[in-house]
Design a binder for this molecule. Structure first.
Ligand code: ADP
Length: 158
């Protein structure tokens, strides 16, 4: 079975990497997709985010990385994927994810959203926390791999 894991990945963190590894074990194929949403004012361009994902998880045999604009369910249909993977950290994620997945259910009832719980060691981790720490030149060891830390530092020093 094929699944997609959509997100902003601005940038990818250890929390995302963990979800990708776990989902890749559950499904035959996993497409990680950077969904283009300019309303979020991302720090990195779509191309940079795709590149960072490829550098980090591109070596997992059944994982592909893509970018897409438009609705998540339209991308899932185009890919012929029946599952959307999302990660849940705390109650604050639940409300947002419940709303999104209910909308997706109304748009495409043949597609299921599957939630994976964040591991406790990553439950505090978010792309925005990594960006905040990086903007004050803090230690990113527990947030992102070193190649991503370097990209964050380069970007924020400009
Ligand atoms: P979006 O803008 O779509 O929320 P994100 O890149 O912030 O995109 O997150 C993509 C998905 O990964 C979301 O389902 C989010 O809840 C999940 N996620 C983010 N950080 C973590 C983490 N530390 N552990 C587990 N899941 C996470």
């Amino acid at each position: 079975m094929k699944a997609i894991y959509p997100g902003s990945f601005d940038p990818i963190t250890y929390g995302h990497i963990d979800i990708i590894r776990r989902a890749a074990m559950m499904y035959d194929e996993l497409v990680v997709v950077v969904l283009i949403n300019d309303a979020k004012h991302p720090l990195f361009t779509v191309e940079e985010r795709v590149e960072m994902l490829k550098e980090t998880v591109g070596s997992i045999a059944n994982v592909q990385v893509k970018a897409s604009s438009g609705l998540t369910v339209d991308f899932a249909r185009k890919e012929e994927a029946k599952v959307i993977i999302r990660g849940i950290r705390a109650v604050m994620d639940y409300e947002y994810e419940l709303q999104q997945s209910t909308i997706n259910m109304m748009l495409a009832d043949e597609i299921e959203t599957v939630f994976l719980l964040a591991r406790p060691e990553y439950s505090f981790l978010s792309s925005s926390a990594a960006k905040t720490v990086a903007s004050y030149h803090g230690d990113l060891t527990y947030f992102v791999p070193s190649n991503i830390a370097k990209r964050l530092e380069d970007k924020l020093s400009k």
